[in-house]
Design a protein around this ligand. Structure first.
Ligand SMILES: [Zn+2]
Ligand SMILES: [Zn+2]
Length: 242
């Protein structure tokens, strides 16, 4: 009896290995990360985008209303997807359900976008978390994405920022106040390393853009020549600046 159960276990192990869709969990039989229907519904940011912030815009235009006539420290931002299902669900899973392995999949898309956009960076950097926040989540998702993208592009990633205060509850503040708050929340560790360099900030989602803008301002102040931003997804222009 015992032997039967033992072999049963082995049999199960050998023959019930399943590949499942990383979005919906359905069993898949082909190569790839997603089932056919999820793969088809991926919200690629391939339509009209703002030349500057890379967000989806309704009509073909060089700059979205928000980027027009505004000085922004970020030179160019691009994102692989617009922030919509199933990608938005996948990002939430990655961040909040401790699915670290998803960073490898998402970084593959980041690499494709990096090449497609013609980005050439000397360094990759990422928004840091406070020690307390990182301890709570167990990892910094932007650090994992940067590490994986670095392996795929050969561009070194540097941990050159620290976050000195928590700024999680900022929803009630105006955009200007948020930005002011955020700039004070970060510090560059080594300014010399970014001087005269093209630096790429990697983040998961571009929402208001306040975080990347705060980091870009610090990088420019430290003498960075150019600041690029690459995110997995971005909120369309009309929704981002409401
Ligand atoms: Zn699926
Ligand atoms: Zn724009």
């Amino acid at each position: 009896m015992k032997i039967k159960r033992f072999f049963g276990k082995i049999y199960k192990k050998l023959f019930s290995v399943k590949w499942t869709c990383n979005c919906c969990g359905k069993e898949i039989f082909s190569d790839g990360y997603f089932c056919e229907s999820c793969e088809k519904s991926l919200p690629y940011n391939n339509g009209n985008i703002c030349n500057h912030c890379g967000r989806k815009v309704n009509n073909k235009q060089d700059y979205c209303l928000s980027c027009k006539n505004t000085y922004i420290a970020v030179d160019t931002a691009r994102s692989v997807f617009t922030y919509a299902p199933p990608i938005s669900d996948l990002i939430k899973k990655f961040k909040f359900n401790n699915k670290r392995y998803l960073s490898e999949i998402l970084a593959k898309y980041l690499k494709d976008e990096y090449d497609k956009s013609g980005f050439r960076a000397d360094y990759i950097v990422f928004p840091p978390m406070t020690d307390k926040a990182k301890k709570k989540r167990g990892f910094n998702q932007t650090e994992l994405l940067s590490k994986n993208l670095s392996e795929k592009t050969g561009v070194p990633y540097i941990d050159d920022f620290i976050k000195v205060k928590d700024t999680e509850r900022q929803v009630d503040l105006s955009r200007e106040l948020r930005l002011k708050n955020l700039i004070g929340a970060y510090r560059i560790i080594d300014k010399k390393v970014v001087k005269d360099k093209t630096v790429l900030i990697v983040d998961d989602v571009l929402t208001t853009g306040a975080t990347t803008e705060a980091l870009a301002k610090l990088l420019k102040k430290a003498g960075a020549r150019k600041v690029l931003v690459l995110t997995v997804a971005s909120v369309p222009s009309e929704k981002a600046y409401q």
